[in-house]
Design a protein around this ligand. Structure first.
Ligand code: FCB
Length: 449
């Protein structure tokens, strides 16, 4: 037992390709929607891009050594689709496959198990130009890319995650447009949700083999009503539908939540694609849960929906998030470790046997490097609280199999650019020097205890 965890429990840290790799035009990589988006003035708060980021493309061996040194035994990274299939469709780029082979082999040399995510948001730009996730063809191209990647790398990578957080792709990419491709489309965004889930199902069908383990990473969260009023409870039902049930139910139960399709006016569009649910709900070997914070919502006095508005909450545009006074991280996200318990228990009730992993958990704080150290006490406290919840759940018998910190190192935090740091390791973006933060040292001690 490590601090109350069974010996087989997986401890890891996560990153994502566009956030850390840099080298955006090297070795045949094609442009992705995040290249286009980050280079569009006004999209990224500090005006930065992922062109260089952590230069992980060149420094991955050092980074994996650091990860192993912290006592972590698993590395969750993502594979950039435009490195493998530069235009999104067609033949494989051998140099792209070769990069991830070297990365995975380096993990294995350090006794670290690679967990590869196939889609952490870097859609090849030509596919977006052809309609992106709003069209079915993208799901089929995702299947092809997944098959190419899996057949090229399944001898060195056995743990596969199809999609990272389809909620974000749907409601930030196409809903309110805060993320790439930045194409706000209100209720239309639900088409993206369906095509993402279909892409997951088709990819799973194409790559599943008995030697591997296959899952998806979602970002579900507990949604609380601000009061007991009927209006607030209805607001919570709606937001829970969009955030959680829209993804969990098709994957785990094989149906879309009728109330969500009703609220968003999308029921008849979805009815035409009911046959896709068989692929979408094919059995998973595990589910990954990325958890940061809960949300509390209230209904306004006026109308609850404004059809046609770009929004992360189509059908519930006017529902507001309520500050309940919890302490917050630099992202403004309220800290409530119990929310991790609530959401894992909810999923466990839907699929009692399904192994679960926390595939991301962590916090942003305005870290400062002083005399070669980063005293990030708040991040350490955040990690301790959430890891404690995991320990309790494991001891209660919930099939929670692992925990990945977000992130191994500071990186390009999407629309926030480099203005938010989530790492266990501090990165000086001028020199690319890495410094393990106090939270990383704490985790190292915790894991060796
Ligand atoms: C998640 C993303 C990850 C990172 C964290 C802070 O939504 O999956 O890439 O940005 O948030």
């Amino acid at each position: 037992m490590t601090n109350g965890f069974p010996p087989g429990f997986t401890w890891g840290a996560a990153t994502a390709s566009y956030q850390v790799e840099g080298a955006v035009s090297e070795d045949g990589r094609g442009p992705s929607i995040w290249d286009t988006f980050a280079h569009t003035p006004g999209r990224i708060v500090d005006g930065t891009t992922g062109d260089v980021a952590d230069d992980h493309y060149h420094l991955f061996a050092e980074d994996i050594r650091l990860l192993a040194d912290l006592g972590l035994k698993a590395y969750r990274f993502s594979i950039a689709w435009p490195r493998i299939v530069p235009t999104g469709s067609g033949a494989a780029n051998p140099a792209g496959l070769d990069f991830y082979r070297r990365l995975a082999e380096t993990c294995l040399e350090y006794g670290v198990t690679p967990y590869a995510t196939l889609y952490h948001w870097d859609l090849p730009q030509p596919l977006e130009d052809g309609g992106g996730w709003l069209v079915r063809d993208t799901a089929e191209r995702f299947r092809d890319y997944a098959a190419i990647t899996h057949s090229g790398l399944s001898d060195v990578i056995t743990h596969w995650i199809t999609l990272n957080e389809p909620w974000c792709s749907t409601f930030l990419g196409y809903g309110n447009g805060e993320h790439a491709p930045g194409r706000p489309s209100g209720a239309d965004a639900l088409k993206a949700a369906h095509h993402l889930l279909l892409g997951h199902g088709l990819a799973l069908e194409a790559i599943r083999s008995p030697e591997g383990s296959y899952g998806i990473a979602l970002n579900p969260a507990p949604i609380h009503a601000a009061s007991d009023s009927e209006a607030d409870r209805d607001a919570a039902r709606r937001i829970d539908g969009l955030r959680n049930r829209l993804f969990l139910e098709p994957l785990l139960v094989g149906q879309y939540p009728a109330d969500v399709l009703e609220d968003t006016g999308m029921a008849s569009w979805f009815a035409d694609f009911a046959d896709d649910l068989a692929a979408i709900s094919a059995p998973l070997d595990f589910m990954g849960v990325n958890y940061y914070c809960p949300t509390t919502v209230a209904a306004p006095d006026g109308p609850i929906s404004s059809p046609g508005t770009p929004s992360t909450q189509p059908g519930s545009e006017n529902v507001v998030a309520v500050d309940t006074g919890l302490p917050k991280t630099q992202m403004g996200w309220p800290i409530e470790a119990k929310g991790l318990r609530d959401i894992l228990v909810t999923i466990n009730k839907l699929a009692p046997e399904l192994p679960l992993y926390v595939t991301e958990n962590g916090a942003a704080y305005p870290d400062e490097l002083v005399d070669g150290a980063v005293a990030d006490v708040e991040r350490q406290a955040y990690l301790e609280q959430h890891i404690s919840v995991c320990r309790e759940l494991v001891s209660e018998g919930l099939p929670l199999k692992g925990y990945f910190a977000w992130s191994l190192m500071d990186n390009f935090e999407w629309a926030f650019g480099f203005s938010r740091r989530f790492g266990l390791v501090y990165v000086d973006y001028e020199t690319q020097q890495r410094t393990v933060k106090d939270s990383g040292r704490w985790l190292q001690r915790f894991l060796s205890a």
